[in-house]
Design a protein around this ligand. Structure first.
Ligand SMILES: [Zn+2]
Ligand SMILES: [Zn+2]
Length: 448
């Protein structure tokens, strides 16, 4: 294989020679079809550490572009700590939908209408109008939940339960606050990688995969909007990334919260484009959508995939992958490739009784949570119960529905049942990084 070293100067901010479309990342060997360059030489714990220590992962990556966009967005539409109520939700939702749609449609237009990308992972494969309606419905639910988190956080900041965040002037006047905020902002991209790895594996455990994450995987060949096409319970745990620093640390600028959410909402557009040759393209995750049980993380967390034997370096034949993939599964793989899009359950219609029961249970809790968070003023016991229902409820309901209603015969730890520590790693980090922050956030917001 011809190793092509990344041309750093031309990839500042993830912009290849300052062009958004039509250029593959520097490490790609364009002599191979899209997705067939091995990522093995470019991912390891040492490479991740080096890229963090030298700030390469900030400057020579899309992270700096997303940070600048997030900063501009928050400056134009700042948070409020006195009117942080549900009354402002309609306005915020309109702004969030408009800006997020503009960003997602920019990639959709460039790649699927103007044809500025030439290297599609699955050439000739394009979504139908039905696929797009399905994707955009769940995409909208993702923006809606983001907005609800923003309003909930403003409500918490406006209450006496949590210190009001410092202003820019207060941060500039304090060397400690400058160090804290710059340090946390620089760590956000790597925290995203580590949290995504854990949340994603958590959602792949059999009951949650069947009832929640499988919706995201209907897009075996994604397009930009499919990046945020998730079951609302996947949004819940995916977004918990932004809560982990913001409700456990004081002295943080609102920009920390905003950048975390901006990264969570905007980064998946380019990462699910279906193409290789543009800003923010992501072969690593495209392989995950094609192969399901490999590449749970991203290039920066690939060393954890390597440790568990779930790293797959190319869409072609893999030398590295030692996970659950077997030679005899190849026939099934070919069938799956033809079944690119889901033939059922468009626009949130239930494909099975089990799915219907699960969705009714979690939807009921979500409506109750939104009502009580709106009303606010719950006491300690009431808010604890609500926090548990929202954070642990989707897991308990998933295990119950999958075992009792569906009578699922498969190992409930699938696909991690054969990993010595992998299943426990997944449960512990999923509990700590996803379930716990959601619990604390809902409890605080319901008391505020
Ligand atoms: Zn997945
Ligand atoms: Zn995905």
């Amino acid at each position: 294989m011809c190793k092509t070293a990344p041309s750093k100067i031309s990839e500042v901010g993830g912009l290849h020679s300052f062009s958004v479309f039509g250029k593959a990342p520097g490490w790609v060997n364009t002599g191979f079809p899209a997705g067939f360059t091995s990522q093995a030489p470019f991912v390891s714990a040492w490479i991740t550490l080096k890229s963090v220590l030298t700030l390469e992962y900030v400057v020579f990556s899309p992270n700096i572009t997303w940070f600048l966009l997030s900063w501009a967005y928050l400056t134009a539409f700042p948070y409020s700590y006195s009117e942080g109520t549900w009354n402002t939700m309609g306005y915020r939702l309109l702004v969030n939908c408009t800006l997020a749609f503009a960003y997602y449609f920019f990639f959709y237009f460039g790649l699927y209408i103007a044809n500025w990308g030439k290297r599609k992972f699955y050439p000739g494969n394009y979504p139908t109008m039905g696929n797009m309606a399905h994707n955009m419905w769940y995409w909208f639910l993702g923006v809606l939940q983001w907005t609800a988190y923003e309003i909930g956080m403003q409500k918490i900041w406006a209450s006496n339960l949590f210190p009001t965040p410092p202003t820019m002037a207060e941060i500039r006047a304090s060397p400690e606050l400058i160090a804290l905020n710059v340090g946390v902002l620089l760590l956000i991209p790597i925290w995203r990688d580590i949290h995504f790895y854990s949340a994603h594996r958590f959602l792949h455990i059999r009951p949650l995969y069947r009832l929640v994450h499988s919706l995201h995987h209907r897009n075996t060949d994604p397009e930009p909007f499919s990046g945020l096409t998730m079951h609302p319970m996947e949004h819940l745990y995916y977004y918990s990334n932004a809560l982990f620093p913001c409700i456990y640390m004081t002295g943080l600028s609102p920009l920390v919260f905003h950048f975390l959410f901006f990264h969570l909402v905007f980064a998946p557009a380019a990462g699910h484009s279906g193409f290789e040759d543009h800003f923010g393209s992501d072969q690593y995750h495209a392989i995950h959508h094609a192969k399901f049980e490999a590449n749970y993380g991203s290039p920066n967390s690939a060393f954890i995939d390597r440790f568990f034997g779930t790293f797959r370096e190319t869409l072609g034949k893999s030398k590295e992958y030692t996970g659950e993939w077997k030679e005899e599964d190849k026939g099934k793989e070919k069938k799956k490739k033809k079944l690119v899009w889901s033939a059922h359950s468009y626009l949130g219609l239930w494909g099975s009784l089990a799915q219907g029961l699960y969705d009714i249970s979690v939807f009921g809790v979500a409506v109750a949570a939104m009502y009580y968070v709106w009303v606010g003023g719950l006491d300690d016991k009431q808010s604890t119960l609500l926090g548990l229902l929202v954070s642990v409820g989707p897991v308990v309901s998933g295990v119950f529905v999958n075992n009792v209603v569906s009578r699922d015969k498969m190992n409930q730890a699938w696909p991690f049942h054969k990993e010595a520590v992998g299943f426990y790693y997944t449960v512990v980090t999923g509990g700590l990084f996803c379930v716990l922050p959601v619990y604390h956030f809902v409890k605080l917001a319901a008391q505020a």
